[in-house]
Write a protein that binds this ligand. Structure first.
Ligand SMILES: [Zn+2]
Length: 167
């Protein structure tokens, strides 16, 4: 499904300094993939404008307008589609996630799914009470890694006695 659209807002705000601008520099057409409809991929051909920034002290002299909820800078997929694909990538990872995405009309490579997971911000780390450390060799003698795990004690449902096991 192809949707042709263009922006009509009179002004756009500079992402660097926040100053609104109405001075149009140029226009160009960009392609954004959106959530599938009836299992069919949706391609939005969007005409956007570049604006001059009027703030003399701003480093960005020219900026491109973004459409809230649809576009992000340099993104070829809509905000909603990226959120969906990121959720799939977290749940299923690369190969299985790519198969699932293809079934729902959003074909994507397994490598791109994994890049989306890697691009996520690290979760907030609170107070760590017990830290587990383990080393492993990716290639013995050449490359090693370290795993840091916050250890959370699990209260066992069965209490074992201290007696040694019977033989
Ligand atoms: Zn600016």
């Amino acid at each position: 499904m192809l949707i042709a659209a263009r922006t009509v807002a009179a002004k756009a705000s500079c992402p660097e300094c926040g100053l609104p601008s109405a001075r149009v520099h140029s226009r160009y057409r960009r392609t954004v993939w959106d959530l599938a409809t009836c299992g069919r991929p949706v391609k939005v051909e969007l005409e956007v404008r570049r604006f001059f920034c009027g703030e003399p002290s701003c480093d960005r002299k020219i900026f491109t307008e973004q459409v809230d909820g649809l576009t992000q800078r340099h993104a070829r997929r809509s905000t909603d589609l990226r959120a969906l694909l990121t959720s799939i990538a977290i749940a299923l990872a690369g190969r299985a996630g790519a198969r699932m995405a293809c079934l729902i009309g959003a074909p994507i490579s397994r490598s791109t799914l994994l890049r989306m997971v890697r691009a996520l911000p690290d979760p907030e780390v609170g107070q760590i009470t017990v830290l587990g450390v383990d080393d492993f060799a990716k290639k013995r003698g050449n490359s090693y890694g370290t795993v840091l795990v916050e250890w959370t004690p699990i209260v066992p449902s069965i209490c074992w006695t201290a007696e040694p096991p019977r033989t």
